[in-house]
Design a binder for this molecule. Structure first.
Ligand code: SF4
Length: 319
């Protein structure tokens, strides 16, 4: 599919007491029209910073996009002013977060919060916004929406709050939804419902989703393509079938080996060691201290991301 969003050589840096770190380091990635792309990796790999960079939500200071572009409709979002980005957010690009309680305002009724988005972006009046909020709640499967518009966030369950967040994010029909760990705080049954809902909504709106997650079980359910990040870099990018059938990067292999398989009694094999601190990266391949295939070259030279049979991989074994 044609790309709707192109991330080109994006680097996002943060000033820390221990020096400048590159939380996202030279990332290039495309999101196709109608596609669900999963960005996976352990916490601290840069996946959330990547999504906030796309949304123009990096807190400056201490963070800043220091290189690269995010191209949407032939415009570079990185070069836009805050005011221009506000227009893009909500109308074209929307984001949902892991914990809706922190993103929903506890003192406003949920109908008002959805309505506010609509008034702001679509110029609806009070009555129209309330009607549209009810419709949005119906769309995301909230029972009794006429009553629910008057509920406060704490009166809803975690799953219902995440539905409200999805309703808010999708109220203005954005083309792109970035979902950052949207189901992590929910129990397994509700997780499945929310993932199904996201998929249904994407189809209805013919939109694209970038799903940020550490959970390969979630990826397997909804994504068509996967980008794997490690220590700020993309290390593998592939369609879902090839990735699960034959992961090329040793880190991806490790991630897959640590996914519980339903009903199986297999022992999980976590990847040994820890993600390196970004201000103290190892020489050569950033994964080498944890890689069971590491050889001399891995410790000295950093592998580049190369294309191989329609996939992308950063590993000397495949160079
Ligand atoms: Fe392992 Fe070397 Fe490949 Fe890095 S480059 S993942 S250390 S084999």
């Amino acid at each position: 599919t044609a790309p709707i969003l192109k991330i080109k050589n994006l680097t996002t840096s943060f000033a820390t007491p221990n020096g400048i770190i590159r939380a996202v380091d030279n990332a290039s990635l495309e999101l196709g029209q109608g596609e669900t792309l999963a960005v996976v990796g352990e916490s601290g790999c840069g996946k959330t910073v990547l999504s906030l960079s796309i949304m123009g939500l990096i807190p400056d200071p201490p963070g800043r996009i220091t290189e690269g572009q995010v191209v949407y409709q032939n415009q570079d979002l990185v070069q836009m002013t805050d005011k221009q980005m506000q227009k893009i957010r909500g109308n074209h690009l929307s984001m949902i977060f892991q914990e809706p309680m922190t993103s929903l305002n506890p003192v406003f009724k949920i109908g008002d919060q959805i309505g506010e988005t609509l008034r702001l972006h679509k110029g609806l009046d009070q009555h129209e916004a309330e009607q549209a909020a009810i419709e949005a709640l119906i769309l995301v499967g909230i029972p009794n929406p006429q009553k629910r518009v008057n509920s406060f966030p704490h009166e809803l369950s975690g799953g219902m709050r995440q539905r409200v967040m999805i309703a808010m994010a999708l109220a203005c029909n954005p083309e792109i939804l970035i979902a950052d760990e949207p189901t992590t705080a929910l129990d397994v049954t509700i997780q499945a419902q929310i993932l199904r809902l996201l998929d249904d909504m994407k189809k209805k709106m013919n939109g694209s989703i970038m799903l940020i997650t550490h959970d390969l079980g979630v990826v397997a359910r909804v994504a068509s393509r996967v980008a794997v990040m490690y220590a700020g870099q993309l290390v593998e990018c592939s369609n879902i079938y090839d990735l699960f059938k034959e992961p090329l990067h040793p880190y991806t292999q490790g991630l897959l080996a640590s996914v519980p398989i339903l009903g199986s009694r297999l022992e999980l094999t976590p990847i040994p060691g820890n993600v390196p601190a970004l201000n103290n990266l190892p020489e050569g391949c950033r994964f080498h201290p944890r890689c069971k295939f590491a050889f001399d070259k891995c410790k000295q030279q950093e592998p580049q991301l190369i294309s191989k049979e329609g996939r992308e991989i950063r590993c000397w074994l495949h160079a």
